[in-house]
Ligand binder design. Structure first.
Ligand SMILES: [Zn+2]
Ligand SMILES: [Zn+2]
Length: 262
């Protein structure tokens, strides 16, 4: 009874604080900065984000591309656009196509100042994962690593880390920092497609602290790997290979955006 009253009191206090903050600092859209009454995005930005996926097009679960090439094969089979050598991750769930508002949002999350936007996108990605038929199989959420110098330059956690934290909270599974870099990695976005695999080859490893602690062993874990954008898949493939070599049972990929070749 007392704990219930205490909890209700804490809820009222949190609600009051939130109302006072809204009066002192009126909320603004995390993407365009326009004033909003509630939530974290204005209606225009919300619609632009949700509308990035062409209506009635279900992405291929193996490569994340819209299944538009005819004839369209059954959903449990690779689409006409899948790479000849299948990706090592079991599936990919993209929230949108890397264009328009989604592209703007992902680029903005590269800066630490937009950490709240990265978290907000992660919540949306988490809700998408929550609706999949594999959500109950996921044991933990992790994210592609960023070199510590890049994190220092950026001044905070990477966008992918913030997104992964949000996804983990939404689907209620532990978030683990399982991967780290072994060396400096040039930005993939600045490299030609054919140079991206070489750029990340051998660049990641399992964090030693996790390898030492039995409770954080990755063996037989079904892992959800989170990243901001899937382009050639080089970074996600390398990350997946390291996790699988560490004994993971499966790795599924979840991304905010899928880059679609023009
Ligand atoms: Zn907006
Ligand atoms: Zn495909």
């Amino acid at each position: 009874m007392i704990s219930d009253l205490g909890r209700r009191g804490a809820d009222h206090l949190a609600e009051l604080s939130s109302t006072l903050l809204d009066i002192l600092l009126p909320p603004t859209c995390l993407l365009c900065g326009d004033g909003i009454e509630r939530g974290d995005l204005c209606i225009d930005c919300e619609v632009s984000l949700c509308g990035s996926w062409p209506a009635l097009v279900v992405p291929c679960q193996f490569c994340g591309m819209p299944r538009s090439k005819l004839p369209v094969p059954p959903f449990d089979q690779p689409c006409g656009g899948c790479p000849a050598k299948p990706y090592p991750f079991k599936s990919v769930t993209p929230m949108g196509i890397y264009q328009g508002a989604v592209r703007e949002a992902v680029i903005a999350t590269k800066r630490a100042a937009h950490g709240a936007l990265a978290s907000s996108l992660g919540v949306r990605l988490g809700k998408l994962i929550q609706r999949t038929d594999f959500v109950d199989q996921i044991d933990c959420v992790t994210f592609v690593p960023t070199h510590r110098w890049r994190r220092m330059i950026r001044g905070g956690p990477s966008g992918a880390q913030r997104m992964a934290i949000s996804v983990g909270k939404v689907i209620k599974v532990p978030i683990i920092e399982s991967l780290t870099t072994t060396r400096w990695v040039a930005k993939q976005s600045l490299l030609a497609d054919e140079k991206r695999e070489l750029n990340v080859r051998g660049a990641f490893r399992i964090k030693r602290s996790y390898a030492w602690q039995r409770s954080l062993n990755l063996r037989d874990q079904h892992i959800l790997l989170v990243d901001d954008v899937l382009t050639t898949g080089a970074t996600a493939k390398e990350s997946t290979s390291v996790l699988m070599q560490a004994g993971a049972a499966s790795v599924r990929l979840a991304v905010i955006a899928r880059a679609v070749k023009r």
